[in-house]
Design a protein around this ligand. Sequence first.
Ligand code: PEP
Length: 248
Amino acid sequence: MRTPLIAGNWKMFKTAAEAAAFAEEFKTLYKDTDVKTAICAPFVHLAQLKAAFEGTGIGVGAQNAHYEDEGAYTGEISVMMLEDMGIDYCVIGHSERRQYFAETDETVNKKLKRLFAGPIIPILCVGENLDQREKEEQYAVVKEQLVGGLADISAADAAKLVIAYEPVWAIGTGKTATPEQAEDMCEYIRNTMEELYNEEVADAVIIQYGGSVKPANATDIMNMSNIDGALVGGASLKANDFIEIIDF
Ligand code: PEP
């Protein structure tokens, strides 16, 4: 039985005061349910959110990390530093990082390996862009991202993974994949995990959909059998909207 995970991705939004105000409002609205939840926030807000959510069951995630523990990597934050803070999740390979910050399947793979050496659960993002979907290359693209990202990662580690299927054409565009399109690709991802590993891993892995998830479409998406949650960008910035999605 998989426990769904609905995670917010704040991207590069919110000042410290705005993050604090969100945390206070969100805590008052949040009821512990069967769905796990987390906020993946900019690094500068992580300590504040960890403290604010202590004892609530609300997780805190980062949006990226470096695979080396320390070194001359100006501007980077390591997995080791996040572990030291007790961070719960880390988004890896988000399409915005692939598009603007030269993230590749190879760097994704190094980051996943480092994360699996500790307790932080990786949320691995995969998904095709519009051009690739129009050329019907979406399955090949997602498979390549999975094969490359998961190279030499054991079945025991892969079973702990969260995979977010995020079609790039649906991120921040207001254009959501239909529940059927999302389910179709999440089923393909689950089958690919069985092919790469085994049935137990495929059954255990949490597969989220991400791309313009809103209170109005969350129920239809979450009711799909291979979709175990959502990665939510814009709609996670407002406590009320995000709560409505969690209560789908
Ligand atoms: C995201 O940032 O991962 C995302 C899915 O954004 P949005 O919900 O705004 O499309």
